[in-house]
Design a protein around this ligand. Structure first.
Ligand code: PEP
Ligand code: MN
Length: 356
């Protein structure tokens, strides 16, 4: 039997549970503790684990669905699992899963997404689609469209779990919030959750990412929580105990959609998130530029050439000034920024000359 959960009006919608259902004891203990928080609407658990490295814990398989069904029976809280193919989806339905989600490694594959869509069609199960590993909105949308052809819109949701790319800001999967903003604009009627656990990769960041999601426009969270995170067989470093989860949820300030002017606050938060990312890009690029300046410094020293080379610098300045109009920047601004960069560059090369 499906437990009732209205994913479209429960706000914030909170899904939580262990990365993996490992044993009956761990699953039931976590399930019961999560139910006791009173803040969790659906319990999540991985039953088949798509692991990057072979030989890692690959999930307890179908027996774990029995444990989850037992947890649901004991607590009345529905559950959801990750499905990567038709066989998984069929088994999840057989054991009464109320929700399934398509993981980041599966969203990238239209064959698997289609067979899942065909299997869950007409079942009434809720289906959440995580973003693909790579930052590609078309791939994410394509998977969503396949599900929407099989499942009523009101049963479909999105999960933003960050993107697998060169780490930025210490996160495991940088959020690239603007892509989530883009998906929100494309599917404004679909419930959208943030997965701060997989974005963070580390317990210490989960709460700040969750707050950011609450500041933006997200409808809720899917968070990894384990009764004993230190001994978790997968993603041990990012899981929270149910009581830490509860404490975090109590601290999060959710914006109310009916604040004075909701579209103003939402747009402002989205734009600021974009600005934060651009700032991080700018300074990342400046760091890389200085590293190259260091290498040039090495060569200049080895060839006993002066650090300051007037002509080269004038070329750089003229080149950028000629693009002022096109960039929408004033010549004064370009000059000020380039002068600051130049000073820093020279300081770097001086350090090299002085043996650092
Ligand atoms: C998970 O939710 O445990 C998981 C494997 O997530 P993702 O697909 O986002 O990597
Ligand atoms: Mn995980």
């Amino acid at each position: 039997m499906k437990a009732p959960v209205d994913i479209n009006s429960t706000r914030p919608l909170i899904i939580a549970g262990p990365c993996s259902a490992e044993t009956r004891g761990q699953t039931l203990a976590t399930y019961t503790e999560l139910a006791a928080t009173g803040s969790v609407h659906i319990v999540r658990a991985g039953v088949w684990k798509p692991r990057t490295a072979p030989g890692s814990f690959e999930g307890a398989g179908e027996q774990a669905l029995e444990w989850l069904a037992e947890g649901k029976h004991a607590t009345g809280i529905p559950f959801g699992v990750e499905v990567a193919n038709a066989r998984h989806a069929g088994a999840a339905l057989k054991y009464g899963a109320d929700m399934v989600w398509i993981g980041a490694r599966t969203t990238v594959n239209p064959f698997n997404v289609q067979e899942i869509a065909d299997t869950v069609a007409g079942s009434g199960v809720k289906v959440f689609v995580k973003n693909p590993l790579n930052p590609d909105m078309e791939l994410w949308s394509g998977a969503v469209e396949r599900i929407l052809r099989a499942v009523p819109r009101g049963d479909v949701g999105l999960i933003h779990r960050g993107f697998s790319q060169a780490a930025a800001g210490g996160y495991r999967n940088p959020p690239l919030w603007h892509l989530a903003v883009g998906m929100r604009q494309r599917y404004p009627d679909l419930v959208m959750l943030c997965d701060p656990s997989h974005i963070s990769g580390s317990r210490e960041y989960v709460s700040e990412v969750a707050q950011k999601a609450a500041d933006l426009f997200f409808d809720g969270l899917i968070v990894e929580s384990h009764c004993h995170p230190a001994s978790a067989l997968s993603d041990a470093s990012q899981q929270l105990t149910p009581s830490d989860l509860q404490a975090m949820l109590e601290r999060i300030v959710w914006r109310t959609p009916d604040a004075a002017d909701p579209s103003y606050t939402e747009t402002l938060a989205s734009l600021r998130a974009e600005i934060d990312e651009i700032d991080a890009e700018i300074f990342g690029s400046l760091g890389r530029r200085m590293a190259i300046a260091d290498r040039i410094g090495d060569i200049k020293r080895d060839n006993s050439v002066t650090i300051l080379q007037e002509q080269r610098w004038n070329t750089i300045m003229d080149n950028m000034l000629s693009r002022a109009g096109q960039l929408g920047l004033s010549p004064e601004f370009i000059r000020a920024i380039l002068d600051a960069i130049h000073m820093e560059s020279i300081a770097h090369q001086n350090k090299i000359d002085n043996g650092r």
